[in-house]
Design a protein around this ligand. Sequence first.
Ligand code: FAD
Length: 581
Amino acid sequence: MVPVACDEGAGGGRGPPSRVGALACAPVSEPTARKPVILAVDDEPAVLAAVARDLRRGFGARFRVMRAASGAEGLEILGELRKRGDQVALLVADQRMPSLSGTDYLLQARRLAPEAKRVLLTAYADTEAAIAAINEVALDYYLLKPWDPPEEHLFPVVEDLLVTWESGAALESGGVRVIGHRFSKASHDLRDFLARNRVPARWLDIERDGEARELLTVVGVDAANLPVALLEDGSVLERPTVLELAERLGVSAQPLAEHYDLVIVGGGPAGLAAAVYGASEGLRTVMVEREAPGGQAGQSSRIENYLGFPAGLSGSDLARRATDQARRLGAELLTVQEAVGLRVEGSARLVELSGGGALSASCVIVASGVSYRQLDTPGFPELTGAGIYYGAAMTEARACADQHVVVIGGANSAGQAAVYFSGYASRVSMLVRADSLAKSMSHYLIEQIAGLPNVEVRTGTEAVAAEGSQGRLHALRIRGADGSESLEDVDACFVFVGAAPRTDWLDGVVARDERGFILAGTDAREHGWPLRREPLVLETSVPGVFVAGDVRARSIKRVASAVGEGSMAVSLIHEYLAAPA
Ligand SMILES: Cc1cc2nc3c(=O)[nH]c(=O)nc-3n(C[C@H](O)[C@H](O)[C@H](O)COP(=O)(O)OP(=O)(O)OC[C@H]3O[C@@H](n4cnc5c(N)ncnc54)[C@H](O)[C@@H]3O)c2cc1C
């Protein structure tokens, strides 16, 4: 039992803060124990009392604010909360503490509460340490002391972090229940779809959860018919496809208009930016997305170099914010719908959809990005979704606790994944074909990885086969730098070996280069451009059809450039609409 667990937060609201410092410590097991916890740690009693007081004043209605007078005590409390299954939403720690610095505490705390947001309290003189901690402990924010007035300096930051945390927690706790085998591709696809489309859902592993077996009996479904989705309205879907589930959940909406000013194909950063700018600038805008908004960026565990987010932000957070923003500004989003063809009929551009029907528009932006290249190494195709995954597959992270995870690839995306999985797995091996990471990975990531004791970078190595039993991955045959091969036990393998555009649906309509990237501007002029005027910078060989982001030939493969091109394409569309010929 933990000796102290203070500030129960029952007062909540925005009332006067005066009583908090004097509150007696309350046992963790009181009735409010199920509220998610904010844990503040500081060795200076006055500062600790002040931060707890302000946190309680701002967030006590939704969260239980607890305090600890040292890092060690904080870790003890976290251990106890974890044992009880209590949720921890936010960790706040002072950097300067005598035995365990704030950074060291947060590093250890991350293992006990990996989902919690992390804030470091610093004095101006400690700014350097705080910036270093952004990488070391995946810090979400550093807050300069003093933070008065809290309404200006503390509450907005903490509210933003807590809303982000809450949206993640809500996703895992509610709504749809999916019962299946962890190592089944069909189960993985459903979970991935639900998580990426931010549908609140709970995953129940038939092998590990007694509740899963009980539920199957209650609904009378045979285990041979997994996966099963149990919806909130009581319906039971046996072995649903992603599309069937999407339709039943209303995730895949129908278009509302006969004709749009702008149809955007692809909901990655470029498409989302185009949706935000298009809708906000008065264009009737619809965005079509094959899987889930966010694109590749939505798979990134931490984007570190997007301007204005010094502590980085997760791809799913960026996707959530951008999707909300696009919707709020009036853009229609059609997800789980794939563009499969493009036709030109007079001044109309028709985008054909996989589900049948077409969207008519004056202009189109193709922002369909690139997709992961799949390995045809023996064993890989068969075990995809059953231990082998393309992209970060963040839905799998928690299931990797205390396991051996292999990440294949040497670029930033692989590096980010290694860092992310190191927070869950006991051991992460990176298999890198080149003899160093230096040419393919950013310096900051190389340094970050070097500081992680459970990540091993194995250069000059590659996986030459995957072996499974009972339908799941068990081992990889790995060829080392000296040419020798060994069979190693592996629980999960995440592959990041480059990406290619999927633009076959534009065959014979829009000019592309030999690798399938779409030509624009002066490049398009050389390839069937039909008009006397010059194509606009992001205009393709078809007037009124624009391209933005990674799918454009010679594009810079970055979130910021995709966002830039998405917004720029909209401004070019205004120019086109003003004088279309
Ligand atoms: C793991 C990972 C980490 C990364 N980290 C960083 C980073 O830290 N910093 C950085 O700057 N960049 C990073 N990148 C690169 C960055 O994510 C991309 O440059 C960016 O997402 C490109 O945006 P986009 O909108 O052009 O394309 P994408 O993000 O590829 O999005 C394209 C979207 O179009 C959809 N789509 C495709 N075809 C169709 C179709 N026919 N119909 C309907 N929809 C379709 C796809 O499903 C997808 O959602 C990372 C990439 C990965 C994979």
